[in-house]
Design a protein around this ligand. Structure first.
Ligand code: GRG
Length: 300
């Protein structure tokens, strides 16, 4: 048998998992015609726009690592995580926050619809995430999944990170530690939760879930540092969102605090730490390890 190059294997596995997640988003969101149709159209418009699906793919891959036979279904949880992520993007783009008009290569939700509809579409996606967990899993598993996602999305993590980010806009003395706090909560929290929820569904024990959490923390920091580098170096067409907004607003980013070179080396170190944690897990970690490595070389 001829062995394909690992990169070709990885690209094919990533495409297959991404497609599986996208079919599940389509299936597990209310149909567009559900009354009120305008709200459901807006939810589907943003959730089905071409995102990278990093968080749901991580969740599915972590579940499969511990449950390679696929006895437990990761897709409702994967879609739940993507619903929370999409809500956060819709709200982040609103005029009262980042005031952006481009997301995932398309007009933002409030540009394609209107502000109140976008606000409500975000609210409804957030609520739908928890409905998916409550209806998709038996009670004891659902309870742990709800707790994990609620914490990651809540006032101490995702929303808290966003709040700290807004406060930092007017603070000209953001320190490296202050910026790391924002990144750990605004970005890493949901990546950690995706890996841990996948592990929970696959049957990982608490020690292994801790390892997944540690990998998610490093991966989240690597992802955000690369995001800051791309924000400073890439164009809107490649990114599918407006680059350079943070620098224009005088906001501290990893690049503005540390410079491009040190940012690249920090991203490499964080990615290496994530790879080390993932590779220490039992089973076939090749996909997760390749995904963690690929995040530092991504172009969008
Ligand atoms: C409004 C509660 C609330 C939170 C907003 C998501 C977010 C927090 C802000 C968006 C700006 C930003 C730089 C967030 C950091 C996390 C991040 C890089 C999000 C974008 O994730 P990708 O690149 O997006 O995975 P796609 O579209 O590919 O899913």
């Amino acid at each position: 048998m001829t062995r394909r190059k690992p990169s070709a294997d990885f690209a094919a596995s990533l495409a297959a998992r991404t497609e599986r997640v996208e079919r599940a988003i389509d299936r597990l969101l209310p149909p567009a015609a559900t009354p009120p149709a305008r709200l459901h159209e807006a939810m589907r418009y943003s959730a089905l726009a071409p995102g990278k699906r990093l968080r749901p793919v991580l969740l599915v891959a972590a579940a499969e690592l511990f449950d390679p036979a696929g006895r437990h279904e990761p897709l409702p949880a994967a879609v739940a995580v993507e619903c929370v992520h999409t809500y956060s993007l819709i709200h982040d783009d609103l005029p009262c926050m980042d005031d952006d008009d481009l997301r995932r290569g398309r007009p933002t939700c409030h540009k394609a619809f209107d502000e109140p509809t976008a606000l409500l579409a975000g609210d409804a996606l957030l609520t739908h995430a928890f409905a998916l967990l409550a209806t998709g899993y038996p009670a004891p598993v659902a309870q742990i999944l709800v707790r994990e996602l609620a914490h990651a999305a809540g006032s101490e993590r995702l929303v808290g990170g966003q709040m700290s980010d807004l406060l930092a806009e007017t603070d000209r003395k953001v320190t490296a530690a202050g910026l790391e706090f924002i990144h750990l909560n605004k970005t890493a929290a949901m990546i950690e939760a995706a890996l841990v929820m996948g592990g929970l569904i696959g049957g990982a024990d608490p020690d292994r879930r801790d390892t997944l959490r540690r990998a998610g923390r490093h991966l989240g920091l690597a992802f955000q540092i690369v995001d800051d580098i791309l924000d400073a170096t890439a164009d809107a067409q490649t990114l599918g969102k407006t680059p350079g907004k943070d620098a224009k607003a005088g906001k501290a980013t990893f690049v503005s605090l540390h410079g491009i070179g040190p940012s690249r080396s920090q991203a490499g170190q964080q990615s290496a730490a994530a790879v080390e944690a993932l590779a220490s897990l039992p089973g076939d970690t090749a996909f997760l390890v390749a995904l963690a490595r690929q995040l530092t070389t991504r172009v969008k």
